[in-house]
Design a protein around this ligand. Sequence first.
Ligand code: SAM
Length: 240
Amino acid sequence: TDFGFSKVKEADKEKQVKAVFDQVAPKYDLMNDVLSFGMHRLWKQYAIDRAEIQPGMKVLDIAGGTGDMSLLVQKKLSGTGEVWLSDINHEMLKIGDERLKNAGYHPYVLTCDAEYLPFPDGYFDVLIVSFGLRNMTHKDRALREMQRVLKPGGRLMVLEFSKPVALMRPFYDFYSFKVMPFLSAKIAGHSENYRYLAESIRMHPDQKTLAKIMREAGFERVEWKNLTFGITALHIGYKN
Ligand code: SAM
């Protein structure tokens, strides 16, 4: 037995994730552009194009934060179907809600933990988790929930930092452990949060392991595509 220590660690992680996103929320969009040199926009657009969203579909943006993915989905649906922007963090959602309204869209906005999705079985055609999965304490539980709320024939898109190809790694390590904390301290004023970012990326399962975890949660025909030398990967899983 671990005398309950793992529970304490889990509670700590949840608190830490909340504190990080409470603090970064106001500068989140700016920091994404700066730290990824704008590349996150290309990765997100690629994921949305691969989602094959058709008019009338119901789409859930999980850990949707400030709403980047929901915005792109809304454009594809052009007023039809349903878009649900969800996140566990109210501060991030508030910004997302406002951005979408300013762009003339009215998605459903919902505060919820991805490990407990308040939807009936088989409700959604497409699920999207963009840079959210690595923050979840029980990825297996969250993925099983996603599998449950997905319609047979539907697909899950997981966009997440991943393991870069070997040649890239020295540059990547230097960038994420030296340059990134420096830049974020300069711009956002708290490098600690971005150290969390670098560490959470390192802890996250690599491409192959994530595919396995998705299969274990019930997804079929799981495939992935490396983006920018595997700095990011898009995993797609289907429900039969
Ligand atoms: N999807 C957005 C994007 O791609 O820009 C935001 C990604 S942001 C890096 C990660 C988000 O995951 C945060 O808004 C955080 O609140 C959310 N998050 C963390 N744990 C979560 C959980 N268990 N359930 C739902 N959202 C969660």
